[in-house]
Design a protein around this ligand. Sequence first.
Ligand SMILES: [Fe+2]
Length: 405
Amino acid sequence: MVITPCLEKTGNIYLTKIQHQHHSVSGKDLKQHQHHNDDPSGFADFFRTNLNEFNDKPITFSYPVPRWLKGTLIRNGGGRYEMGQRSFTNAFDGFGKLHSFTFYGNGTVSMSARFLQTEYYKKSLASHTIAPYFQFGKLVPPYNEIEKMESLINQMENLNVNVYRIRDSKTGQYEYMSMNDIWNVYQIEEDSLKTVQLIKPPMNVKSHIYIPGFSSAHPIKEFSKETYLTYLMSVSIVPYIKSIMTLYRMTSVGHREAIVTWDIEAQTYMHSFSVTKNYVIFIGQPVSINTMKVAEYGDIAEAMEYRFNDPTFIYVVDLRTNKVTTVKYDKFVSYFHHINAYEDNNKIIVDICTQNSSNMFSMDLNYIRSISLRNSITLYSGIKRFTIDIVTPSVSVESFEPSKK
Ligand SMILES: [Fe+2]
């Protein structure tokens, strides 16, 4: 079996020293550990609750840390999988927790850990249950009908996927933000890992026929610049009106400059994209979230649709002219992550990491926490290389060998 979890989502970072010093196991935790004790690798610990929060604890490693290594590495991910009597069932839904490693440039290192203080998390703490916000997977027990309505209004606020540093183009100051695949971000403090504020950057969508707010947890730095590129996807709720995408330039945690907006050919769920020196490349897989089903089921995992007979549409933006070229690839593709992209002989090469449709199932916590259940799922992961010619326009696709075992 090959499993490809989105590794930026694994929020619990376990180091032997830290565990010995600070990891206290409550009776309830112990029961959970005993229940899922068939995994000696420690992998499942990435997906279990760890409530410890601490600041600048000195840590050591098995080997000396190079003295040239200086700076702070901040990681994000789920750190708590239940609140009161209610639990998450999908690994993507853990309450966001930040961990940082500070390398002092003299061989010493310290570590900090702190939960992201979103409104969602604070309300959940105060109410001793998972507050009515939107999740990726199902809850146990589920929301009642009123909570379900509230969750659709509150939307998603658990920014547990990624952390970015961006230099404010006006002030020159570095700012830090916590992100998910949504438009809003939470600003955080680098040193203390404290949550500063929710930022709702302005968006250019005014019409009520769109549900805006879908974006990427993987913005990409522009070639030889300090600004980042990202997108806003606005999903049409009217069948004959196409959804729209806007390419944006991020110039600080809160400022966005719209570059170009275009209609997309078909609904698509997008998590990442690519940037080369002159181009931005989006691959619109025929995999999408059915908004009607979202309202019906109250979660995203169940509302994902895989249109196996549909083509994949690729959108290429030329950053010199802001012209958008749509390139059709006749086959089905399912993926989350772009790997790399570059320009070569007037062609654009994009590598992505593809999988089959059962990958969502593998993020179920019951499966991810159990080595025997994990091994019962057959997953395919493979790399596809797209060679795009925007003059003709056309694309050729090469598949690399899927991972074995
Ligand atoms: Fe990701």
